[in-house]
Design a protein around this ligand. Structure first.
Ligand code: FES
Ligand code: FES
Length: 156
């Protein structure tokens, strides 16, 4: 069945079964591979994208549920104000270790900062608790979110 979806500002037509997870449409049909597969069960956060700005597990989001929503992936998050601040902080603090979880981490962190420019530790924990990192980069992730929030406070 044909679906028309909007990804990173571009409209795509895809011909897949309606229950196909968005993750596989992005990766296998459209070749947009920055979004990663980890568990396939909404347990790890590696597949996080934004749907109309909301962090969403694309591994359990069927293509027929997406409709005309705007999908944003790691490839375009740097074009948003919050995403650019988060990515800068990630680089400044060298957050990444193996990298596998990090696109999902950045998508969750960017959604947090977009909705809450000055998150508390508890806000950060709540927003990031579903994103698992096997390399244990959690401390740097928290510091990077704080740095990005600080740069918002300074207008940077
Ligand atoms: S792959 Fe989607 S949450 Fe793990
Ligand atoms: S950086 Fe390796 S899994 Fe998170």
């Amino acid at each position: 069945m044909a679906f028309t979806i909007k990804v990173n500002g571009t409209t795509h037509s895809v011909d897949v079964d309606g229950d196909t997870p968005l993750l596989w449409v992005l990766r296998d049909v459209l070749g947009i591979t920055g979004t990663k597969f980890g568990c396939g069960m909404a347990l790890c956060g590696a597949c996080t994208v934004h749907i109309d700005g909301a962090p969403t597990r694309s591994c359990v989001t069927s293509i027929d549920s997406v409709g005309t929503s705007q999908i944003t992936t790691i490839e375009a998050i740097g074009t948003t104000a919050a995403g650019a601040k988060i990515q800068k902080a990630w680089l400044d603090l060298e957050v990444v270790q193996c990298g596998y979880c990090q696109s999902g981490q950045i998508m969750s962190a960017s959604a947090l900062l977009a909705g809450n420019p000055h998150p508390t530790d508890s806000d950060i924990d709540d927003a990031m608790s579903g994103n698992i990192c096997r390399c244990g980069t959690y401390i740097r992730i928290r510091e990077a979110i704080k740095q990005a929030a600080q740069s918002s406070r300074q207008g940077g």
